[in-house]
Design a protein around this ligand. Structure first.
Ligand code: BG6
Length: 512
């Protein structure tokens, strides 16, 4: 038998054609719909990536007409779409298939009114009975909506490619381990795992997928990708944004739940997992799951040693004065909510034994930047003893956003008669290498749902493994409200306490 012919490996990365469908967006008047989903839907249409039969049905409580919905969506596409200016011909054909249903979507009678719209969409827009339900709603509405869709028989059986129904669920999926287990159990009673698309939009980012190519499309890195050569890994998810009107949501959520539990741990899993046996959805998710399950749990009495939380006070972002978190609309002051968090984690497996993984995420930091830095160990013996400085350890940094790319810091000799070294950058920059802007994560992910590819969506067991890591920290923080908040100024790099984490291993956070 030719081992290269392993059928599991033939699950390939080749893009399939999106199948005709009606996309039903719950929460259609909300922020996510306007900022992310509609701009992504329009860009897909402009790129010719939407299926020939397509319609968009917005559902929300607001009393809007079809035209109100179309106008708001047009504004959203005009403002945030990657493909601007909006082309009138493309827009017209998209807008013809848009309908709006004003309804309380947790109330079963509303779902009855959805059926005629779906039937009409099948008849007029040729959507062939395929349904993509997008739950862009608060977590407490997930279960009632899915239950009502089931009661009204609007969700087709999980019969693969003919007449499918798929449900996209936004994060946070639960509030902690127990609630995530309960939600998984409830949703799985109603839907097959093949129908559930738990979205983590970081996985749709081009540069996150590039981690797979960098690691497994090149021979160079993999031999070095382990505790023998890697000193530590550092993941930063920094935002300049504050609450942007989401204060009430944030005050209940915090950044550990909002960003680290999903985006942060998914980045860690992608960077540290073992090579999958194929690019099939479950092959990759099996490896991520194994990795997430290998993360050492932090016991309650160790939380203060391995986790730091923060909250910003007033300050400046660039030249603009901004209020402190406690003064943001929707926040109940004084608040103990974390809007900065930093963790030191360990992956207890052979590959990573003893290597610290530092993750930090924060709001109102000086720069918007997401990057993963692999710090390699220093050389085993310094041959350059007489030089002013020893060789600096190599750093490979993957810039997830913005200025997407990869940089390697290597030592080079400074020109001149004296032996002197200086780290120089070997740089790969997406925009100069490939020209075009990478597609937005939501474009990629919506298209994946339409083709039935779950690779970039989080499986139920992965979500539970993520919550298992953070729940002890959440519990400790909930039981001991933070003292000394605010502990960093808006526009600074976070609380001074966070420096203690890398300092334990004689390091410091990268200056970005
Ligand atoms: C979302 C979080 O998942 O990601 C937001 O809820 C955060 O709080 C956003 O601002 C960041 O996404 P991006 O793609 O801008 O890095």
């Amino acid at each position: 038998m030719d081992l290269r012919q392993n059928p599991l490996r033939s699950e390939s990365a080749v893009r399939k054609r999106a199948q005709p469908c009606a996309l039903v967006a719950f929460g259609a008047t909300g922020d996510l719909m306007k900022r992310k989903l509609m701009p992504a839907i329009y860009s897909l249409a402009a790129e010719g990536m939407l299926p020939a039969g397509f319609s968009l049905i917005g559902v929300s409580r607001s009393e809007w007409s079809d035209d109100d919905f179309r106008n708001a969506m047009r504004e959203a596409a005009d403002r945030d779409s990657r493909r601007r200016p909006v082309d009138d011909t493309v827009w017209r054909s998209l807008a013809e298939g848009m309908r709006y249903l004003s309804a309380d979507f947790t109330d079963v009678s509303s779902e009855e009114r959805l059926r005629p719209l779906l039937e009409q969409s099948d008849a007029v827009r040729h959507t062939e009975g395929n349904r993509l339900f997008y739950l862009a709603v608060p977590p407490k509405a997930f279960r009632p909506i899915v239950e009502n869709l089931q009661k009204e028989d609007l969700v087709n059986a999980d019969d693969g490619d003919a007449h499918w129904s798929r449900v996209v669920i936004e994060k946070p999926f639960g509030r902690d381990l127990d609630s995530a287990i309960a939600l998984n159990a409830e949703i799985s009673r109603l839907l097959g795992e093949r129908q559930i698309y738990r979205i983590d939009h970081y996985l749709g980012k081009e540069t996150v997928q590039n981690i797979l190519v960098l690691r497994f499309g090149n021979r160079l890195f993999e031999p070095l990708w382990n505790q023998r050569y890697v000193d530590r890994v550092e993941i930063t998810i920094a935002e300049t944004l504050g609450m942007e009107g989401r204060g009430a949501f944030y005050d209940e959520t915090g950044i550990l739940r909002d960003i680290i539990t999903n985006h942060g741990l998914q980045l860690l899993a992608m960077i540290a997992m073992e090579p999958p046996i194929s690019l099939g959805a479950d092959a990759i998710r099996d490896e991520k799951l194994k990795l997430l399950r290998s993360i050492r749990l932090i016991s309650s009495d160790q939380v203060d040693r391995y986790a730091v939380r923060g909250q910003y006070g007033s300050g400046f972002i660039g030249a603009a004065a901004v209020p402190g978190y406690a003064d943001e609309p929707g926040v109940t002051a004084p608040s103990s909510t974390d809007v900065y968090a930093a963790l030191e984690l360990y992956v207890d497996n052979w590959r990573w034994a003893g290597v610290p993984f530092f993750i930090r995420a924060g709001k109102r930091l000086p720069k918007r930047v997401t990057e993963i830095a692999i710090h390699f160990k220093g050389v085993p013996l310094n041959l350059f003893e007489g030089t002013p400085a020893p060789p600096s350890p190599n750093v490979l940094s993957l810039r997830i956003q913005p200025n997407e790319g990869v940089t390697m810091l290597v030592d080079a000799k400074l020109p001149g008669a004296v032996m002197q070294m200086q780290p120089v950058r070997m740089d790969f920059d997406y925009s100069s290498a490939f020209g075009a802007d990478p597609p937005d994560a939501y474009e990629r992910l919506l298209h994946d749902v339409m083709v039935g590819d779950q690779t970039l969506f989080t499986r139920g067991d992965e979500v539970e493994a993520e919550w298992r890591v953070v729940t002890p920290i959440l519990q400790k923080w909930a039981s001991s409200p933070a003292s000394g908040f605010p502990n960093y100024e808006a526009g600074s790099w976070g609380p001074a306490d966070a420096d203690a984490l890398p300092a334990h291993v004689g390091a410091h956070w990268r200056r970005l």
